[in-house]
Design a protein around this ligand. Sequence first.
Ligand SMILES: [Zn+2]
Length: 43
Amino acid sequence: MHGQRFPFEFCDDCGAPLYPNTEGETVHAELPEQSNAPSQTLH
Ligand SMILES: [Zn+2]
């Protein structure tokens, strides 16, 4: 069916949908998450 705009996985930390990047790794659809960065995302 649909193959490209479908969430690949879901973040185990915040539950946000993760999409495969150009390297084939699952990343956040908006901003890459840093463990030490203060979370300014609107969940
Ligand atoms: Zn996350």
